[in-house]
Design a protein around this ligand. Structure first.
Ligand SMILES: Cc1cc2nc3c(=O)[nH]c(=O)nc-3n(C[C@H](O)[C@H](O)[C@H](O)COP(=O)(O)OP(=O)(O)OC[C@H]3O[C@@H](n4cnc5c(N)ncnc54)[C@H](O)[C@@H]3O)c2cc1C
Length: 428
């Protein structure tokens, strides 16, 4: 039997866990975060872009204090073929409205800052300890087993990220399968601040987010990304695991080939790889969400499958923050009533339903199926680069543009083109 009972124990000191802990401790609840890594963020990875809206609500003007890298003012999307690429480029000044902005972050620094904030608010943060099990009594979760000790709490929050083993043990989360997740591999490449500025047309505190569709994921669902940090870049590839057997190479090889693509090589030239990481991305979307509330237990962030990849934006961190806030609100309301039953805690999912989290997940619920189409990552990038080549190559008499375009349209097929356009519009 445990000696001390907490109001809340949070498993995982990532973004979702630290936000939940911060709000609970600030309201005076005895809160413990247990993190298996040596410090908050030590084991965490992301592509790199944090949409500010949800964290601005909790820490107004957070970017003035938090270790953010650069504000994104430059958006690029490339369709990439073996040796060429076509890029759409959108640049706009930093938005005056702070909650409209987005920032690049490195999780080792950013999560540590959030962990410190949680500790300052009164959270007990235990790093370097893994939670091995959840204690259930009379059908209610009432604590955890960590480091060989039992620790009790009115409520346990599972913020243990994608592939929540504890959520699975409780029967709330389905086993990770190649059909509901992708894998991301990423390198952080050291350059100088001036090199980042020059190569990506940035100023000192402003930067670029760049997504690539086509060859980076070997023509299958997924893609490449580059985010500019202060004096490094985050470069990676995300790949939908259900296609792994069909792919002609491993995901680390895709990353290597992406770095060596003629459009990318000059951007990383002379840079030194200072971090290499791989992580699961929950990609099932709305149709594969787990059970998020039980008696004495809540799931937040990636553990709850709250991640959204719509092709031109990848989001999980703003959803993790909003879910942490909603979970904390539900726990505070449950504490008032001293009722931590599933029914009482279900105000969590009601708040999520009314928020952008569920609204956006619902809006894009058909997108994973739409994107899982080889034409998106093969034929269309090939068509885009081929048309550009035709338009910009002059060697003797020019031919009408329709003659350049026609072979690509024929290859894709007019019916497929119409189907994809219709389904694409419908799914967004
Ligand atoms: C390649 C890639 C690119 C991405 N790009 C973006 C992007 O650009 N923008 C965006 O918003 N999102 C992006 N995401 C998604 C985003 O990173 C996640 O949604 C987000 O990190 C989820 O935060 P979390 O706190 O829920 O989980 P995590 O950050 O995974 O934190 C979980 C924490 O729990 C700890 N933990 C796990 N098990 C235990 C245990 N048993 N005991 C104790 N501690 C435990 C872990 O060590 C970790 O600290 C990307 C993800 C990947 C993989």
């Amino acid at each position: 039997m445990a000696e001390e009972k907490f109001d809340a124990i949070i498993v995982g000191g990532g973004i979702a866990g630290c936000i939940t802990g911060y709000i609970l401790a600030k309201a005076g609840l005895e809160t413990l975060i247990i993190e298996r890594g040596n410090f908050a963020g030590s084991k965490n990875m992301t592509g790199g872009r944090l949409y500010a809206h949800s964290i601005e609500k909790i820490f107004p003007n957070f970017a003035e204090e938090a270790p953010i890298e650069r504000a994104i003012v430059h958006e690029k999307i490339s369709f990439m073929e073996e040796k060429s690429s076509v890029t759409m480029d959108y640049a706009a000044p930093k938005d005056d409205e702070k909650s409209n902005r987005s920032y690049t972050v490195l999780r080792t620094k950013f999560d540590q800052w959030l962990g410190d904030k949680a500790e300052e608010a009164g959270v007990g943060l235990i790093p370097g300890v893994r939670v091995d099990d959840v204690i259930t009594r009379n059908g209610k979760v009432c604590g955890v087993v960590a480091g060989g000790e039992e620790m009790e709490a009115d409520v346990v929050v599972l913020a243990d990220g994608a592939n929540s083993i504890l959520g699975e043990k409780l029967g709330m989360v389905s086993k990770v399968t190649p059909h509901n997740c992708a894998v991301g591999v990423k390198e952080v490449i050291q350059l100088t601040k001036e090199q980042v500025n020059d190569r990506f047309a940035c100023t000192d505190d402003e930067g670029t987010a760049w997504l690539f569709a086509g060859t980076p994921s070997d023509g299958y669902m997924g893609g490449g990304f580059i985010y500019t940090n202060e004096d490094t870049i985050s470069l990676g590839v995300v790949f939908g695991l259900h296609n792994i057997e069909k792919a002609g190479k491993s995901v680390p090889q895709m990353l290597e080939d992406f770095k060596n693509h003629p459009s990318v090589k000059p951007l990383v030239k002379g840079g030194e790889s200072v971090e290499y990481s791989a992580h699961v991305v929950p990609e099932g979307g709305y149709n594969m969400l787990p059970k998020m509330v039980g008696n004495g237990v809540l799931l937040v962030g990636d553990a709850a499958g709250l991640c959204l990849n719509v092709g031109y934006t990848v989001r999980g961190m703003d959803l993790a923050i909003a879910s942490g806030e909603a979970a904390a609100n539900a726990i505070l309301a449950a504490k008032e009533k001293n009722d931590f039953s599933e029914n009482s805690l279900s105000s969590y999912t009601k708040e999520l339903d009314d928020s952008f989290v569920m609204k956006d997940l619902k809006l894009y619920k058909d997108l994973p199926e739409f994107l899982d189409n080889k034409r998106m990552f093969n034929d269309y990038p090939e068509m885009a680069t081929g048309i550009m080549k035709g338009m910009f190559t002059v060697n003797g008499p020019s031919q009408p543009l329709r003659k350049t375009v026609m072979p690509y349209l024929k290859k894709v097929g007019f019916i497929n083109l119409m189907k994809d356009a219709f389904k694409g519009v419908k799914s967004i």
